[in-house]
Design a binder for this molecule. Structure first.
Ligand code: ADP
Ligand code: MG
Length: 698
């Protein structure tokens, strides 16, 4: 333990017991270390001035110089508001004080040149800087240079911990750290990646003199954070590999062979074959398989899942396939039953809506081993669901299962079943490495042959007639069309009305007897939905008006046009999923994104991205850039990480480098026993101890 770093914060000069309490409560800062790791989120270059005419609007810090030309005071309740008109050679802005007018007014001098620093804001119709820092230009000290800005709140500000207040105590602490911060990265690594020392970084991040040194400090600290995260993941994987025995599937098995040789409806793509080889290899090692299968929409993951399960049952084990929603579980059940129709394999479905009286039978057949493949939702995880001999679980997920849930599966057999996790759409590489860093990764990077790329267009409301004309032409050629409306919450009446209005408008524009329109949405009864779906599948209707209930699992190869209404309201991966509903047959397919004229910058980027590319991996990267990891992985999973400085959306390269290096170190020294790795081991222990619930998993 480092005595200096662990010193309680109250002993820092200028803090004391009372203020320490505030830091603890509001910011979780208890020790010197905590304060040093409370990093500025940005810096202001105080050696430069902006002119008033180039000031950014709203809420961004600015430094200007000029003169006060007029001062006025307006009573507001018991207080009064002080306003000073401030001018430079390019324009004018108000400096405003809502409190303390009495003290400040006498100090302001008309005509004297001042340096002003603060946040420009719009207040009513006037543009001003409330409560600025104001210093006579003559007295400005040059030493400020680069000023760190810390995140604070109004409440903290009132108690003396505005950004400035935090800066003050942090500076005082940073001045004392020389010789007290031990390094925790190997020398070799520092040298290879040109990283500055830990001590230097912790000093410079709080007291930098220029932008370059800020960059060096941040890079060093990001690297450290990512490196230990990756090391932890790899270590975890290593421990589970060595400790956890896995079932050995010795044979390819008769089920696999029979299906492969006689009932495979099409030649596997090379990517599918490669992935199956990787999986088969895992099954032979005697270790437990924990593998992530990444593949774009339509790349044929289901078939890989099925063949993987056939390996298992051919070796005398049971298999399970778990999906995130009932619709998807149902769809898998139908697809897999169909694939296996010539084979003698018992497949069952278990979801939340299976009737109680049917459940008993399902449970029994599972326990006595009659059922060979069980398909279902989360319901599979329940304790009452017991297998006779579960050997392999496939999870088809939309990033919804965390480490903890995956761990639950392990208990379904004395030797835990092998686990294959499939993504619905690709996850950006950095996120996969970080959130699934304890898994091996396989990628299907090839679509089945004969797929024609889908042409995507972005159209505004004004082009609706043109779009209808296009639909008519295609329908006349024998094609079918989806029109999807956003119904994010199925209960929202406005969305529901839009959907119904749309349905009516389309029914009018595409009248009987030449055209027939189906509709499917979440408020319909299951059997009505099914009926409408079937009419569309059989080609009895040409247009399917629907909500996102068709997002996953629907497969109608003759449908070649996907129209997405209010497309700006959908996220990128959802748009990509929806688009994946077409382009499944032999015909050239189209996707039309309909939006309003006014689009946010982000929506525009989403539309542009969709129009530009069909590549799910590329789309995933843009999605990460736009939304950040929290929204993609779900806040719960992101919360598990709690990164202080690294940004998974922006630091992809550092993530890869950190992972590579972590791997290199463990390859040479799996248990970190070499003297040169002692410092690393120490820090890793500290990191892993802070997450007690994780340690049970591996
Ligand atoms: P996803 O990866 O999105 O789950 P699916 O497994 O649903 O994709 O496959 C999409 C479609 O491609 C399905 O209709 C499936 O039968 C078909 N398919 C899968 N593999 C091949 C292949 N090797 N050749 C031709 N079609 C294939
Ligand atoms: Mg799928």
């Amino acid at each position: 333990m480092n005595v200096f770093l662990q010193t309680p914060i109250e002993y820092l000069k200028g803090v004391g017991p009372q203020r320490a309490e505030i830091l603890k409560k509001e910011l979780g800062i208890r020790t010197f270390e905590d304060l040093l790791f409370y990093f500025p989120f940005r810096y202001i270059n105080r050696s430069q001035y902006q002119t008033i005419s180039e000031l950014p609007y709203l809420d961004s810090y600015a430094q200007i110089k000029g003169r006060i030309i007029q001062i006025s005071e307006t009573p507001v309740g018991k207080q009064s508001r002080l306003t000073a008109k401030f001018q430079d050679q390019t324009g004018m802005i108000d400096l405003v004080w809502f409190q303390g007018a009495k003290w400040i007014k006498p100090m302001l001098k008309i005509g004297t040149e001042y340096q002003i620093f603060g946040k420009a804001k719009i207040f009513g119709s006037s543009w001003n800087i409330p409560h600025p820092e104001i210093v006579e230009l003559e007295r400005v000290k040059n030493e400020v240079g680069f000023q760190p800005i810390y995140s604070s709140s109004e409440k903290l500000g009132m108690k003396g911990f505005s950004s400035k207040g935090i800066e003050k105590i942090t500076k005082a602490l940073a001045e004392q750290i020389r010789g007290k911060i031990p390094e925790n990265l190997p020398n070799e690594l520092l040298r290879d990646f040109h990283l500055i020392s830990r001590e230097e970084a912790l000093f410079q991040i709080h007291c930098p003199s220029n932008e370059q040194i800020v960059h060096s400090a941040r890079t060093r600290l990001k690297f450290e954070e990512l490196f230990f995260l990756q090391l932890e993941m790899l270590m975890r994987k290593q421990i589970s590999m060595s400790k956890t025995k896995g079932h050995i599937f010795k044979e390819v098995g008769e089920h696999f062979t029979k299906f492969y040789d006689h009932h495979l409806p099409f030649e596997l793509t090379n990517a599918q074959k490669r992935v199956l080889k990787e999986i088969r290899k895992d099954f032979m090692t005697g270790h437990h398989m924990n593998r992530l299968l990444q593949g774009d929409v339509g790349s044929g993951k289901t078939l890989v899942a099925l063949l993987t399960m056939l390996f298992g049952i051919g070796n005398g084990f049971q298999a399970a396939l778990m999906a995130p929603t009932e619709i998807l579980a149902n769809q898998h059940f139908i697809t897999i039953k169909d694939f296996l129709k010539e084979m003698n394999v018992n497949v069952e479905l278990l979801t939340g809506s299976v009737k109680k009286k049917d459940r008993k039978g399902i449970h029994e057949r599972l326990e006595n081993g009659e059922t060979q493949i069980l398909i279902g939702t989360h319901a599979l995880l329940e304790d009452v669901v017991k297998f006779q001999n579960l050997g392999i679980v496939v999870i088809d997920e939309q990033h919804r299962f965390g480490v903890a849930q995956r761990a639950k599966l392990w208990k379904k057999n004395t030797i835990p079943p092998h686990v294959l996790v499939m993504t619905a759409t690709p996850i950006p590489r950095t996120l996969a490495m970080t959130f699934y860093g304890d898994l091996d990764v396989s990628v299907i990077d090839e679509l089945p042959p004969g797929r024609k790329p889908i042409s995507t267009m972005h159209k505004f409301e004004a082009s609706r007639l043109e779009v209808f004309g296009f639909m008519k032409r295609e329908i006349t050629l024998g094609r079918q069309v989806y029109i999807v409306y956003p119904l994010i919450k199925e209960s929202e009446s406005m969305d529901y009305n839009n959907l119904m209005d749309g349905y009516e408008a389309i029914s009018r524009a595409f009248p009987l007897p030449n055209f027939r329109v189906s509709i499917v949405h979440g408020q319909m009864k299951a059997e009505d939905k099914e009926f409408e779906m079937q009419r569309f599948i059989k080609g009895e209707t040409q247009i399917m008006v629907a909500t996102t209930v068709i997002e996953v699992g629907v497969n109608v190869p003759n449908a070649s046009i996907m129209i997405i209404e209010s497309a700006e309201r959908f996220g990128l991966s959802q748009l990509h999923q929806l688009r994946g509903r077409v382009g499944r047959g032999a015909e050239k397919s189209y996707c039309v994104l309909m939006t309003g004229i006014k689009l946010s910058k982000e929506s525009k980027k989403r539309m542009e991205t969709m129009v530009r590319t069909n590549d799910g991996f590329e789309i995933a990267e843009v999605d990460l850039e736009l939304r950040g990891p929290g929204d993609i992985m779900g806040t719960q999973q992101s919360g598990e990480l709690d990164l202080k400085i690294a940004d998974l959306a922006k630091d992809g390269q550092l993530v890869s480098q950190a992972r590579e290096y972590a791997r290199k170190i463990l390859q040479e020294d799996p248990f970190l026993e070499l003297p040169k790795n002692h410092i690393v081991k120490e820090q890793l222990r500290k990191v892993m101890k802070a997450k007690p619930n994780w340690s049970q998993i591996s």
